[in-house]
Design a protein around this ligand. Sequence first.
Ligand code: PLP
Length: 467
Amino acid sequence: TAPMALARPSPNALWEMDRRHSLHPWTNFGPFEREGSLVISRGEGCYLWDAEGRQYLDAVGGLWCTNIGLGRKEMAQAIAEQAERLAFSNTFVDVTNDPSARLALRLAELAPGDLNRVMFTTGGSTAVDTAVRTVAYYQTCMGRPEKTDIVARDYSYHGSTYLAQSVGKRPGDRVPEFRYKEEGIHHLSVPNPYRRPEGMSEAAFCDALVAEFEALIARVGADRIGGFIAEPIQASGGVIVPPEGYLRRIWEVCQRHDILFIADEVVTSFGRLGHWFASWDLFGVQPDMICTAKGLTSGYVPLGALILSDRMWEAMAADGSRWFTAGFTYSGHPVSCAAGLKNIDIMEREGLLAHADRVGGYFEARMAALADLPLIGDVRGRRLMLCVESVADKATKAVLPDEANESKRISNAAEAMGLLVRPMGHLNVMSPPLVITEAQVDFIAETLERAIVQVTDELVREGFRLG
Ligand code: PLP
């Protein structure tokens, strides 16, 4: 008889082995012990199938990442061919490989302005971690070894290394059991127009946010602040589109004080907003460093990249004797880079940036209508990066108590109807593959509406007061 490990396990056996042996990212231990995880077994385009064969439209897009859609044969082939030709070769200083060199060039071509130097990483967190470390490196090369503090924002998410978690600050992530680097890291207010102070215009709110940054610089000293990091649209912190002009003005402040601007485009690059990179094309900001990952390979294999400016490179390389002691075994992994190249080919050939822009506009319009539902206080985001926010009272914007658990219940109800949306706090978040069609957008809008109506009725029956 075949050993257990070789026999094809039943869906229930898979669920159970995972429940007994996996430690998932962001695990809530109690519910996990009871409920385990949904086992996904196959994907094609925007669809997933679980181990029981049930089909779902994946409006989560993996995790903001399956941009070209799943199940692409030519992508699988590119990966297989590279694995056969050269599965691995390190890129530590005196070695490189064809896909790594070619993808570095392609990223330099696609990134805005003089962002022409690429360090490949294993994902988004390691790109952010390297970027934050590089602030001190660059400033030291510039003769400013004290200028190493980092400014980030509340509700930001930058990844899960010690440093990436420390610059990030989503309230729920700051559990007391873990530790965070506090020294030399400052957080500004979240630029969330929906939750701006009562009675303040969006323009005045923007002025106040910029003034807060300037006041921080005045207090800490421009000679101590070396870098600013921001997601152009905050993703996991709540799909927060900042007020008009905010990023550009923050960038101008950075330039005045020689503060490096790091754009964390792990989510916003590779077409999610209809551009290769959103910083310049959408927000008129020329960052000193961009972090990317996710859509870079559409999730087929892990890869991230830190792209930095010629100006920074020249300063760091100037005296010709320094060592840049950062990087990873899998930096420039040939298979990952081959996937990155094929991903760009597919996006170009199929015009996926223009498609994402067009269908994303339709998605915005369809979702905007959900704001009429009594439970929905805000619908926000841009193109293929949207969310709905539930409130108990639209006028006061008060949220429901934790026991209502409404966003998880909405996503459960949608799941039962064949749609995956991501519950996050009081939000349900969507970031579908760029290949999504208008008919699929209709399905998302109609199904999510049914799920919200169903949960609203349940909440009312259970006695929750909705304004
Ligand atoms: N930065 C942003 C904006 C992200 O959304 C994420 C992941 O969701 C990361 C960084 C971390 O990327 P990774 O999980 O690939 O390390």
